[in-house]
Design a protein around this ligand. Structure first.
Ligand code: GCO
Length: 440
């Protein structure tokens, strides 16, 4: 496959703190909601947690060298809030700052541009005890945290992602209870959506006022609009579309919640909120893996809506997620039609999970990942050719890691991690393929 993308197209890879760092009890870090969620029986399929993860906390030099050897020029990672502010707010932990400061220095020394996600799901547990995302005070807590991080790193870092996938935090974490903090119900769902939307609007303005040169966005899921997919259940499809896409993009781009959700959100919306949320971010980060189908389910679902079955004839990755690059293309062009092309998109995550392991010669030949990436990157190229304003693409993930409730079985990495052998790293075939593909 030839790389016909513009010369200034941004190619990168992504990770997240809790999924790779480990060292959860070291250097003054306090517990996050994910530590606590993992401790509770039955929440994580294999009973695992991020206690060790990829041990990245102790292997920064090795991991930066791996990035460099793949010619990766942009690396997206997240900051662990409980490492920086173990009490959620208040006293700053200098050892937490030092860890990320050193990582940033190492990246820059190797000509790798950092893209920092301020929040990738690991809320300090002490703030959860005060209501977490359901408490409107989180706007102030988040602001304090974001200023501590940007004060410490902002003179060397230009690219900021405020939140990662608020849809997952709300739907899986506050609506259905499948992710931390394990809350359920419509009220928790609605409060967490609205407060995350407000945090994005407020932090964009505050950080931009601090440094107008920063490139500031936020990352969202972008899933195929299920009402257009083969799903026949239109009521449930319309709600699913709201849960994954419209409850976030409509307020951000149009300053209003989708009409079918407006009454439900009313109790949480105060004067001026929608004006604060409607924001011209510098870029919208979009992340895509799978298409989601919907069905009516008034017992298990939220607003009577639960996951439906995907059609049987769809090819899948090893974890059963559909391989549907045409749906990715459709999402991107649909986004353009709904919201226009004024704000550039950056694909801040896309990737696939396969179980490939080292063969007898120690080689991890993940040919299926290469063909997955080729087909999805082609979809990005087609979307650009059809006028969608896309500036970059980041593979999820740089290395295999802790896949939340699914534990360690799903392997999304370009680099294999041998969890039974001191987290030894082995670049897979896709690592070398990506290196050659993005070479300028
Ligand atoms: C997400 C997160 C990542 C996941 C990845 C694969 O989108 O869920 O940003 O942390 O690991 O998406 O599921």
């Amino acid at each position: 496959m030839n790389n016909n993308f513009p010369k200034d197209f941004i190619w990168g890879t992504s990770t997240a703190a809790y999924q790779i760092e480990g060292a959860v009890n070291e250097d003054g870090r306090s517990k996050s909601v994910w530590d606590v969620f993992c401790e509770q029986d039955g929440n994580i399929i294999d009973g695992s947690s991020g206690i060790v993860a990829c041990d990245h906390y102790h292997r920064v030099d090795e991991d930066v060298a791996l990035l460099k050897n793949a010619g990766i020029k942009n690396y997206r990672f997240s900051i662990s809030w409980p490492r920086i502010l173990p009490n959620g707010i208040g006293k700053v932990n200098p050892k937490g700052i030092k860890f990320y400061s050193n990582l940033v220095d190492k990246l820059l020394e190797n000509n790798i541009t950092p893209w920092i996600t301020l929040y990738h799901w690991d809320l300090p547990q002490c703030l959860q005890q005060k209501g977490g995302w359901c408490n409107r005070e989180i706007l102030d807590w988040f602001s304090e945290y974001a200023h501590v991080v940007t004060d410490a790193l902002g003179y060397r870092v230009n690219n900021w992602i405020i939140l990662n996938e608020p849809s997952v935090v709300s739907f899986l974490g506050h609506g259905l209870g499948f992710h931390a903090p394990g809350l359920k119900g419509e009220d928790n769902y609605l409060a967490s959506v609205h407060h995350q939307n407000l945090v994005i609007g407020r932090m964009y303005r505050e950080l931009k006022a601090k440094n107008a040169n920063w490139n500031i966005g936020s990352s969202y899921t972008l899933l195929d609009n299920p009402a257009d997919a083969s799903c026949k259940d239109n009521r449930a499809s319309a709600y699913m579309d709201c849960f994954w896409n419209r409850n976030f993009f409509d307020p951000l781009m149009k300053g209003e919640y989708p009409s079918i959700m407006q009454d439900a959100f009313k109790p949480w919306v105060q004067d001026g909120d929608m004006e604060l949320i409607k924001t011209d971010l510098d870029f919208v980060g979009v992340q895509h893996y799978n298409s989601i189908y919907a069905k009516d389910d008034f017992e298990k679902g939220l607003f009577g809506t639960f996951f439906g079955e995907k059609p049987k004839d769809i090819p899948t990755t090893d974890i059963g997620w559909g391989i549907m690059p045409q749906d990715f293309y459709h999402c991107l062009s649909d986004f353009n039609q709904r919201y226009g092309d004024k704000i550039p998109l950056v694909i801040t995550e896309n990737g696939c999970a396969y179980y490939d392991k080292p063969d007898d010669n120690g080689k991890v030949d993940d040919a299926r990942r290469i063909s997955f990436l080729e087909s999805y990157i082609s979809a990005v190229s087609d979307a650009i050719n059809d006028g969608v304003n896309i500036k970059g693409y980041f593979v999820w993930s740089f290395m295999d890691n802790f896949e939340w409730s699914e534990g360690y079985a799903p392997r999304f990495g370009l680099v294999y991690v041998d969890y039974d052998n001191d987290c030894k790293r082995t670049p897979k075939s896709s690592y070398y393929w990506y290196r050659d593909f993005i070479k300028v």
